[in-house]
Structure formats: C-alpha cells, structure tokens
Design a protein around this ligand. Sequence first.
Ligand SMILES: [Zn+2]
Length: 416
Amino acid sequence: MPHPPLSGQTLLDRSEALAAISAEDGRLSRHYLTPEHRRANDLVAAWMAEAGMATREDALGNIIGRYEGETPGLPALLIGSHLDTVRDAGKYDGMLGVLSGVAVVADLRARGRRLPFAIEVVGFGDEEGVRFQSTLIGSRAIAGTFDPAVLDSRDADGTRLADALAAFGLDPAAWASAAHAPDRVLGYVELHIEQGPVLEALGQPVGIVTAIAGATRLAVTVEGFAGHAGTVPMTLRRDALAASAEMILAVESLCSGQERLVGTVGRIEATPGATNVIAGRVRFTIDLRADRDALRLERVAAVRARLEAIADQRGVAIAIEPLHDSPAVACCPALMAQLAASARALGLEAPELPSGAGHDAMAMAALTDVAMLFVRCERGISHNPAERITPADAEQGVRVLAHFVDHFQPASDRRS
Ligand SMILES: [Zn+2]
C-alpha cells in the first residue's frame, strides 16, 4: 500500500532516492547543470506530475511544478528549495523543502482540493554555488535579480555558465524569461533543515525563522616585530600572535551575551611560523552575523575599536579590511504568524529563531514576501554526510506546511 502523501517516511525515502544521484560513488555531490542535475530534475518532475502538477524547466534549469487553483491561471504561492548540494553533502539540505512542497500538493490532490490561488513548487538548480562560485543562481533568476554577467563565469574546467546551460538543453539568451512577475506571485515559503543545534536544544521539532542573518566578514592583519624566541626579553617584544590572541578573545566576548548575534574567528595564519621565532605578522578573519543590521553594525564598530585599542597597548600595527557585507533579510511577519498558527493547530510550540545560514528565501525576498520553517536536525550537523533527521520530525514539518498552505492568506495585495 502506498504511503499517504504527508508521511515523514515517504519524505525520507525520496531523500534517499535523490541522494543516490551523485557524481561520486559512495558520497553525495550533485552540482549545477551536470548529468546528475538532469537526473534529479527528471525524478522530481515525475513526482510532481504524479502529484497532479504540470511541470516545466525554466531557462536557468530550475524545475517547476504548477498546481492550478479553483480556476486556471491564478497568481501562485511558491514553495521551494534547492536540489544542488555541496561536496560530500547530507541528504536533506535543500531536498527536504522541495519534497515537502510536492507532498503538500499530493495531499491537496488526494483530498480533491483546489485553492483560491495556484501553487508552484520549485526545485532551484543552484543555491550552493559550488560549480560557478556564484550562489543563488536559481532563485535570483526567478526573483528577477540574476546578473547576466554571471553567464560568463567559468567552472574549474573552464566551462562558461552560458555553455553549460546550452549543453543542458537550455537557451542562455533566454535567461530573463525565468523571472516571475511580482503580480503573479503571492508569497514564498521554504521548509529547510535547521543546520544548527537550537531546535534540538529546545526539544522542538520545528521552528519559525525570523530573518536570515546579515553578515560582515573582515580580514585583520597585525604587524609586530619578528625576533629570536630565546634572546628577546618579554618586556621588549612586539608579538603579533600574542596580540592576536587577545584580539580573538575580545571578539568572542563582544559577541557573547547578545541573543541572535554570533562572532567567529575561523582562520589564522602566523608568519614566519616557526617554533623559535616570535611571530612578526598575523592575519586572521572575523565573521560576524546578526538578524538585525543595526545590532551587527554597532558590534562591528565595537570590535574595530577594541582591536585598535589592543594594538595600541601592545605597540603593534593593525589593518582591518572588509571582505563581505550582506544585510539581514527579514521574514514577513504576517506569514510568520500564519506558520505559527498552523504549528499551534498541530499542538506544536514552533519557537522563533534566526537563520545563520543563507537560503533561497534570501533572493526570493526581492520578489515577494517570504517565510521559512525549520526542521530539527541531529546535533545541528549539515553540509556533511552525517546530516540526519527523523521521519517524525519531517512529518511534523510537512504537516505544518500543509496546514499553512490550506489556510494561506497573502500578506499584502501586490496585484494592485
Ligand atoms: Zn540549503
């Protein structure tokens, strides 16, 4: 007997079937516009068709299934996530959101239900950006913010994106046709594994995303003076590594004790890098994220000031250079409230939490109101074959999504 459409086990079984489509034996690596992408799109299209959707592939290789509303041609609620993966990936990051969208439509169809709007389920072709070093190509194309200059970017083998699109059977010149008109879209909702440990710590299967955190990345260079580890007295040193150690602890303390703010020094390099030489020069990075831009920018300024003060005290020079700056993308409060109501209707608490990682919803926010539902994953592990979820959690997630879709009200009327 077939599983009912909203079964968590069906979602996990289909995740396994997709995970078997990989460029590498024994581990999951599926990149944009490859033969594996083709097979994944075909398999998802077959599931979409089985769920009663008309399927199409757009000019950038996104696979889209459309389930008409009460009358054909109504504006659509979009449900989606990505089908590409990082190297040696987990089975659920991205895929779970696409499969959940298909399941929700299969359930509507099984109940013979049509809604006062259409639903389009989207499997984005590129979110991770592994092949062309440009993230969110699929969702940017649909949101109408794709930069055609990216068509000239090349993968590691020197293949241009435009040529890869042609080899995939698509027309690169038609890139603009992938964009959806804002007045044809009512909102975007994405179910995704949390990729962090918060829901597990709270003992909750699902959570509602408040915002996708904004991020600042800085490169710090500290210049001291290299010297002999045996002959230079402690009082006469300008040790770039000891100064950096103090700075790194300052970053940690300035980013602690504030909810929804995190700061990380993930990389450090000391030169000359010998056991018996005082480090003359150190470079390290800072990654600082928060779901509110004002908080992030205030804290970045505080970190800069504190690092400069430490450099001053220790007689070392410091240069702080910005590497990256992206604003936070807020989820739509009205859609968050609808997700919360759906969770409550199913007896779930669904705490709010920010997303520290980027998602397709970030790009989709340029087109329409967005909301995200997170599903708990084991120990927060992701981008790793050890990524795990339970069938019970997947089922709670897809049931919240189904309830949300059943009761969906557009947050704002963008059609007028
Ligand atoms: Zn993802």
